[in-house]
Design a protein around this ligand. Structure first.
Ligand SMILES: Nc1ncnc2c1ncn2[C@@H]1O[C@H](COP(=O)(O)OP(=O)(O)OP(=O)(O)O)[C@@H](O)[C@H]1O
Length: 232
């Protein structure tokens, strides 16, 4: 997937400015930036939920339909149905993509450690359980690309561990993802490359290696200082 000079305005405000980026199949990218920098907006453009005001999206197979089929999304509003059970939620989404592979759903529930509560209604689930189910939901159709908007937000240690391990497995299996996170350790350990977004522009990028990453972290900290955010 390639973005060529993408800009986006919402309510007369320019939210993204001339974004150029490439997301290779199987590549794992951390998207880092202060609050309001434009991370979620960029994910929404990639998810084809928001249409850019200018610029071009160049899809891997040249078709938007194929791109949408190949994409899984995990956004903070979890798109789960409280009145349905965990397995029913997954079945519902799998059907939307034309699939009916119960084995896949069972193995996803195992992977996110929800197999024991497969037949319980999602309305009774904790935030961590919902988040884990959202990730399973996003994977029902074997996407090659995954968008993850702060998937660790509000998770306790055990849910964090489960999600981290799942992402490491996906990375190994060459399922690419873009991970929005405020946690630089997550970026470093879970991603190959990091992009810094500031005021809607990509202002730095780095490999997530011990050698390269510290200078990226410094750049991020100076952005936070300029924006009067706490450095953490
Ligand atoms: N629907 C909208 N209408 C108008 N402005 C919006 C809309 N959504 C986002 N914005 C503005 O776009 C800018 C970028 O927001 P965005 O949510 O993409 O940032 P973010 O980096 O994901 O922030 P956070 O870390 O707080 O989630 C912000 O200034 C925000 O106020």
């Amino acid at each position: 997937m390639r973005l060529d000079q993408i800009s986006l305005s919402r309510d007369d405000k320019q939210v993204l400015h001339d974004i150029n980026m490439e997301w290779k199949r199987g590549e794992t990218i951390a998207l880092i930036g202060a609050n309001g920098a434009g991370k979620s907006s960029l994910l929404k453009v990639l998810a084809t939920l928001w249409k850019p005001s200018s610029g071009k999206l160049i899809y891997p197979d040249n078709t938007i339909k194929q791109w949408q089929k190949n994409l899984g999304v995990v956004f903070p509003d979890s798109f789960l149905y409280d009145a349905l059970t965990a397995i029913e939620n997954l079945e519902f989404y799998q059907k939307l993509y034309g699939g009916s592979d119960r084995k896949r759903l069972d193995s996803l529930l195992q992977a996110v450690r929800l197999a024991d509560v497969a037949t319980e209604k999602v309305g009774t689930f904790s935030k961590g359980m919902r988040q884990r189910l959202s990730i399973a939901r996003a994977l029902t159709h074997y996407p090659s690309y995954l968008l993850l908007d702060e998937p660790f937000d509000g998770l306790d240690v055990s849910s964090r561990d489960i999600v981290q391990n799942l992402l490491l497995q996906l990375k190994e299996q060459k399922t690419g993802y873009i991970l929005v996170s405020h946690n630089l350790d997550d970026a470093m350990h879970l991603c190959e490359r990091a992009l810094l977004i500031d005021n809607g522009e990509i202002t730095a990028e780095s490999r997530c290696t011990q050698e390269a990453f510290p200078s990226f972290v410094e750049q991020y900290h100076s952005v936070l200082k300029e924006n009067n955010h706490a450095v953490y």
